[in-house]
Design a protein around this ligand. Sequence first.
Ligand code: CTP
Length: 408
Amino acid sequence: MKDLAGKHIVLGLSGGIACYKSAELCRLLIKAGATVQVVMTQAAEQFMTPVTMQALSQRPVYGSQWDTRAANNMAHINLTREADAVLIAPASADLIAKLAQGQTDDLLSLMCLARPAERVPLLIAPAMNREMWQHPATRRNVAQVQADGARVLGVGHGDQACGETGDGRMLEPLELQDEVIAFFQPKVLAGQHVLVTAGPTYEAIDPVRGITNLSSGKMGFAIARAAREAGAEVTLVAGPVSLPTPRGVKRIDVKSALDMLAAVTAHAPLASVFVATSAVADWRPANASASKIKKDGNGQPPELQFVENPDILATLAQSERGRSRALFCVGFAAESHDLLANAQSKRLRKGVPLLVGNIGPDTFGQDDNALLLVDESGTRELSRDSKLSLARKLVAEIAYRISTGAKP
Ligand code: CTP
């Protein structure tokens, strides 16, 4: 099922050059399964034509409170009654000021005031010049609309249309799509701090070579995203992967297993959940060479000695907070065969309340997966699905176990 299936979103555009991004945003919301009703201010129509927005949304655009198309002539009432959310993108300084004061001299601000606020949330994506964004009047107005219940989605940083650089750009369409999707996810991990490891580790042999594996990191990144969508504060410790950081997630890049252990140990005291998805290299070269190892000319390969890496998951699971479940530890097991038996024995060996098994070679680098959850009370299969859908289901399983205090 698409992430926004069944959701009806009123997309409001006020005046700003960022209106060009709203065309793409409209497409993305529809692609994610939503229906979109566009409302534009007169200023927005200076930047983007209603024709474009009508063609993309497949619905007539509303721009005036005097529009006679509605039988009761009350577009400002009708438009939000079936809506699941109102998203204003871009929200200009002027529009935010109007919302803060409850002014109603255009359809968009009138409609926001007239919406049933308890069941139709208001999301705001500001867009303006950096001086306007920092001005005390805007700071006051933003604080006021937040106090009145609006969700301000933040702004981007970077080059602005005026040639200046700073805070105030509207978030990118994909970022806004992610924010809207996240907004509708149940907040089952609110108040929790989730620490996740993801991706492979890289164990240096010399400055130009090393040992690593085929883990893509996708499952761990999906779990970090799902935990954040569920309201948790999330720290993601990632081995070398080229994946974008999920929005709102704090990412720490590491290379080796020892680096990963150090990062995890530093953040564990604040965490309440630890999910280890990383494919940590079991061994590392005992003595990495400081300079590139050269061929000796006799056809003899170098003799490499290995030492075992620390088990990061077991270290945390067997710490005081891990044993008392103040830190709820979840392990993953990538197996090539005998998934159930291997997952059960690995759960006991690592000392974790929940272990998630999957068939490694089938899933590395793929966008989907199938999981087998193993805990003290038995097993549960999560059938093949996208890694993000599975991550959301796993987050719900973890939240349930934390809230009921289910023990292994
Ligand atoms: N793990 C870890 N540190 C390690 C090895 C593994 O934190 N040094 C974690 C993984 O992130 C995963 C779980 O332990 O959550 C199981 O990893 P896996 O590689 O399947 O198991 P191993 O312990 O390496 O056992 P084996 O190689 O014998 O299957």
